[in-house]
Design a protein around this ligand. Structure first.
Ligand code: PLP
Length: 360
């Protein structure tokens, strides 16, 4: 049978077989102690049926064994703690990952590499973490080639797949050992939950990550897990609208005076497009561009009635974030814009109006 489409897979992912009188999406299970005798469910820190349902769902989309975490950072830090040897990190990826390593894993020798390369030899490296497309710069790197080089050097390779989501890119199929993500963003998609996951190609790695979750006590709440599962059902629909909106907004921004450094891997003229089109299954709704100054960004946001200033992305609502305010090493006027699920004509008209206030 041919593989089912993304929409069908999202709608049905992780649902139990139908049993008369039970809900379509099982309700969250809040148990701490369970009546003993079940092979998995004994104590709430070790396992939970609501986690397992979302793990089954995300694992089926990522193509591996998934372990859910209470945030993207909890997921990433569990993977980083497996590192034996040197650690390679993106210099232009999510900055808290670098801060975490500096402050909590100071014994690790770290090599920081920009996502667009050039990439050094991986001799002596234990773990390579890629973030592609990177946040906020939206550069892309070749997962297949880098996974092959990492494996030849005896290293494991992880991909932060947050911006792409399991529908946008399947890192495990491209050779990665771990796909990690902040599901706080597009996967849950409604700006009402913080969650993350690690999906592993090898069940032995998944067992190690699961054990690390149990030992560290870094466990997601059942209600948050359930909310993410509910949100996942519409991921295909949301991504389609977000990508259509990003494409339309890209066109507006590309001819707007004062806008520089415009990036969206989905645009044929973007420097990452050829590689992104080869390794990604579809594009998302996040764009990056620069306005001349922080004050211009403030004016842009004040003049827009649909784009709100918020430091997350991938949700239903269009949002924009001036990344330098959080310490990202980027120009003061760099904006990461996350196109939401508004009607394209409305969003385009709103952004045109907001941009028109900048040249006065
Ligand atoms: N990875 C990327 C690319 C992110 O953008 C973020 C958050 O912005 C994270 C990881 C961390 O995720 P969380 O905020 O869910 O801990």
């Amino acid at each position: 049978m041919t593989e089912l489409g993304d929409g069908t897979r999202c709608v049905h992912a992780g649902l139990a077989d139908p049993v008369p009188g039970t809900p379509l999406l099982a309700s969250p299970v809040f148990g701490t102690g369970y009546h003993l005798g079940h092979p998995s469910y004994g104590y709430g820190r070790a396992d939970n049926p609501t986690w397992r349902a979302l793990e089954e769902a995300i694992g089926s989309l990522d193509g591996g064994e998934c372990v859910v975490f209470p945030s993207g950072m909890a997921a990433i830090s569990a993977v980083l703690r497996t590192c034996e040897g040197r650690l390679v990190l993106p210099s232009d990826g999510y900055f808290v990952t670098r801060s975490y390593v500096q402050s909590e894993l100071p014994w690790l020798e770290v090599v920081e590499v920009p996502t667009a390369g050039p990439w050094p030899s991986f001799d002596g490296v234990g773990l390579v973490l890629l973030e592609t497309p990177s946040n906020p710069g939206l550069d892309v790197c070749d997962i297949t080639a880098l996974a092959a080089e990492a494996h030849a050097a005896g290293a494991l390779l992880a991909v932060d797949n947050t911006t792409a989501t399991p529908l946008g890119q399947r890192p495990l199929q491209l050779g990665a050992d771990f796909a990690v993500a902040s599901d706080t963003k597009a996967l849950a998609g409604h700006s009402d939950v913080v969650l993350g996951h690690v999906t592993c190609s090898d069940p032995a790695l998944a067992a190690r990550i699961r054990e690390s979750r149990t030992f560290s006590g870094s466990v997601p709440g059942p209600f948050e897990t359930w909310l993410a599962h509910r949100g996942l059902g519409t991921l295909d629909l949301r991504l389609a609208r977000q990508a259509a909106n990003a494409s339309a907004v890209y066109k507006v921004l590309s001819s707007a005076p004062g806008v520089t450094g415009l990036r969206w891997p989905g645009a044929p003229e973007d420097p990452s497009h050829a590689l992104a089109a080869r390794q990604m299954r579809r594009f998302g709704g996040v764009l990056t561009f620069c306005l001349p100054s922080a004050a211009h960004v403030d004016r842009f946001l004040a003049a827009s009635s649909l784009v709100t200033g918020a430091t997350s992305f991938g949700g239903l609502h269009s949002t924009a974030d001036r990344r330098a305010q959080w310490g990202d090493p980027v120009p003061e006027g760099l904006v990461r814009l996350s196109a939401g699920c508004e009607d394209t004509e409305d969003l385009v008209a709103d952004i045109r109006t907001a941009l028109s206030t900048l040249d006065t």
